[in-house]
Design a protein around this ligand. Sequence first.
Ligand code: ADP
Length: 170
Amino acid sequence: MVIAVYPGTFDPLTCGHTDIIDRAAALVDKLTVGIYENPTKQPLFPVEQRVGFVEEAVTGLPNVQVRAFKGLTVDFIHQIGGRVMIRGLRANSDFEREFEMALMNRKLAPDIELLCLMTSSQYQFLSSSLIKEVAKLGGCLEGMVPDHVAFALKQKFSMSGEVAIGKGKM
Ligand code: ADP
């Protein structure tokens, strides 16, 4: 049985992430999406909400579960009983970073294999940070994040009073 973990910050979940989740879930027997609590990064959404975003997106995928975690990703993968780490790759910049992390993780946990899936072309330029910028300025996020995430972003920025005068729907 192949048990895999797809770790990330998911602040927030984008359609680039859900594409990787769908494709990874079709490859492995069990997939856990691991959400870093990541206190150093000051995420926009608290970890419970980031977990909720993914849970809502994976209701149709019976072999996918969602868990928050702290500490080393490889330790979390061991706790789950996994042997495979899934990551998504966009442009060259992702490759450099993933390669560096992969070599460190291999030192820490040689039993865990990394499986990188190439982004689908329509999500090549999609990142959570860009999504937050666009949402803050009131731009349309259709097709870039699941509807429930677009709704939460809209609420977040309208509550903070930061959203620009509404252009387009989210
Ligand atoms: P992290 O802080 O670990 O980079 P992210 O939530 O930004 O967390 O990303 C989690 C994983 O998803 C990473 O492997 C990242 O490269 C991948 N990813 C992010 N956006 C996309 C996308 N648009 N297409 C494919 N993979 C992506």
